[in-house]
Design a binder for this molecule. Structure first.
Ligand code: HEC
Length: 179
């Protein structure tokens, strides 16, 4: 094959490729997804609410590995209070870096609750996030500011509430120790 023939072959290949690309464009636009049907939307919402519901259970102590001191998230963050999912990612002073909500959830599992961290990609972790975000829906997303961190609300009684302070944050203050 001489140079000229090769040039012709390449230019022919180029034409084939561009025709292919245009074809793909036409194909993909003609194959645009139809709007979800009412049934599909209902199924999707049902799946989301099932995750929120599972998150609610986990948040209130349904998974024993998440705690070794009888505390559940709901004791300090009733109804996901003061969990502020809308402020993540942000710089977390205790960890000294910018973290995601799931990192913070694992911090609270391992530190105030002395439990075993969840796999960050597990259905349980997704459910934990689904619960927090669902209760904060409509809140403006405002990632980043540590100053927006609000202290947790400690519930003084209820299922799973430990009489002994965990020694963290407000809980430490409520046991009379200094921070
Ligand atoms: C004993 C009380 C206590 C329990 C139980 C607890 N937390 Fe926390 N939580 C805290 C404290 C204290 C902070 C603030 C930590 C800080 O700022 O360094 C906090 C902060 C958070 C934040 C970040 C809030 C913000 O504004 O940045 C999230 C999210 C969170 N907790 C989720 C959870 C989840 C999920 C659980 C259950 C697995 C849980 N917490 C259990 C005390 C608790």
């Amino acid at each position: 094959m001489n140079r000229n023939t090769m040039k012709r072959v390449f230019s022919a290949l180029g034409t084939v490729a561009s025709v292919g690309a245009v074809g793909l464009l036409v194909y993909s636009s003609s194959a645009a997804r139809e709007p979800f049907t009412k049934q599909e939307l209902a199924d999707q919402e049902k799946a989301l609410l099932a995750a929120v519901d599972h998150g609610r259970d986990l948040w209130h102590g349904s998974l024993p590995s998440m705690s070794t001191n009888g505390l559940a998230c709901g004791n300090c963050h009733p109804d996901a209070a003061a969990s502020n999912p809308h402020t993540f990612p942000k710089y977390q002073a205790d960890l000294g870096r910018v973290i995601s909500l799931r990192d913070m959830i694992n911090w609270c599992i391992t530190v105030p609750q002395g439990g075993k961290a969840l796999d960050v990609n597990s259905a349980d972790m997704i459910a934990m996030e689904a619960y927090a975000f669902y209760l904060y829906r409509g809140t403006k997303i405002a990632p980043g500011l540590a100053t927006e961190q609000t202290p947790p609300v400690v519930v003084e009684g209820g299922v799973g509430y430990s009489k002994k302070g965990s020694g963290v944050g407000y809980d430490r203050e409520s046991t009379g120790e200094n921070r």
